[in-house]
Design a protein around this ligand. Structure first.
Ligand SMILES: NC(=O)c1ccc[n+]([C@@H]2O[C@H](COP(=O)([O-])OP(=O)(O)OC[C@H]3O[C@@H](n4cnc5c(N)ncnc54)[C@H](OP(=O)(O)O)[C@@H]3O)[C@@H](O)[C@H]2O)c1
Length: 270
């Protein structure tokens, strides 16, 4: 289980990250684009001290944003994230979104040059693992074909009503760990009130969020859940003592598409 950090800048972010570590989370998912790496770093520092942990007990992720694609800018973005987080090294660094065909004639070369920066940071020991986020099957295949080191992670939007099965399957078939961002579809998705999910929660004697997180884990997908509520934080970690059966897994997987806004990696631009 990972802890997501799309949280407003300020003390709430610091205390959410600190509380998450005190609740038992060890994976903290951040990004330069969230604009709160200094506060996330403060929260990590407090959580480590409060719980008498070492830096090495915490797994810290960050991501290079779209306007820093390319070798030189990526190295600079990495150094800036590291300086803001103040954690000495990163455990995982990701390309947040791919350059795509719609916006970049040279999308493949651009992704390769960003990736080369990640490879060099990895070889230099500044980051323990490197990967991508929001890469489609085609974009990931191109990156794997062109480069020496294969991405270790592909972080995808993946939740009931929006499961990116093709990209996830291709990643897993190539031993690339899939992490699920926005596992609950964000604050207003209604997933946690969906009758299929709430009925399953009654059946298993657990909460709707636990049903969703089990559905992800049982597909060997690592969920990144965010919460500012300490009870929810604990609830989301307490998912290792039950198992959804096959029919129930299928029921969730075949829920109709939600009507949320989703960004397509082949066209997304920011
Ligand atoms: N790679 C990417 O492009 C990308 C994009 C978006 C997000 N992400 C990552 O994914 C993380 C998670 O996504 P997200 O933050 O958008 O949304 P999310 O985790 O799907 O949903 C967060 C919402 O769920 C609620 N919630 C959490 N646990 C709950 C529980 N047990 N019971 C009831 N409600 C609960 C939270 O409310 P409370 O605070 O009240 O608990 C909050 O409103 C992000 O924080 C970020 O790290 C990555």
């Amino acid at each position: 289980m990972g802890f997501g950090t799309i949280l407003k800048n300020g003390t709430k972010t610091i205390s959410a990250v600190e509380n998450a570590i005190s609740s038992g989370y060890r994976l903290i998912d951040s990004a330069e684009a969230y604009g709160n790496e200094v506060d996330v770093g403060d929260g990590i520092q407090r959580g480590v001290i409060e719980n008498r942990l070492d830096r090495s007990d915490i797994f810290v992720t960050s991501k290079v944003w779209n306007d820093h694609h390319g070798y030189r800018k990526t190295i600079q973005a990495f150094e800036t994230s590291l300086a803001k987080l103040r954690v000495g090294y990163l455990d995982l660094y990701l390309i947040h979104w791919p350059a795509n065909k719609k916006w970049h004639k040279d999308w493949r070369e651009l992704n390769d040059s960003t990736w080369l920066a990640l490879e060099d940071l990895y070889r230099a020991g500044e980051v323990r693992a490197i990967g991508v986020s929001n890469f489609s099957k085609e974009q990931l295949a191109a990156l794997i074909e062109d480069n020496d080191i294969k991405p270790m992670v592909n972080q995808l939007e993946y939740h009931p009503g929006f499961a990116q099965k093709e990209a996830a399957k291709y990643s897993q078939d190539n031993d690339v760990l899939v992490e699920a961002w926005r596992p609950f579809g964000g604050p207003d998705s209604g997933i946690l009130n969906n009758p299929v999910i709430t009925q399953l929660a009654d059946k298993y004697g657990c909460s709707p969020s636990q049903v969703v997180l089990r559905w992800l884990l049982q597909q060997k997908i690592l969920p990144l859940a965010r919460s500012s509520n300490p009870e929810h934080m604990l609830d989301n970690l307490d998912i290792f003592d039950f198992e959804l059966d096959r029919d129930d897994m299928l029921q969730i997987s075949t829920l109709p598409s939600d009507d949320g806004t989703h960004f397509d990696p082949e066209t997304y631009h920011s």
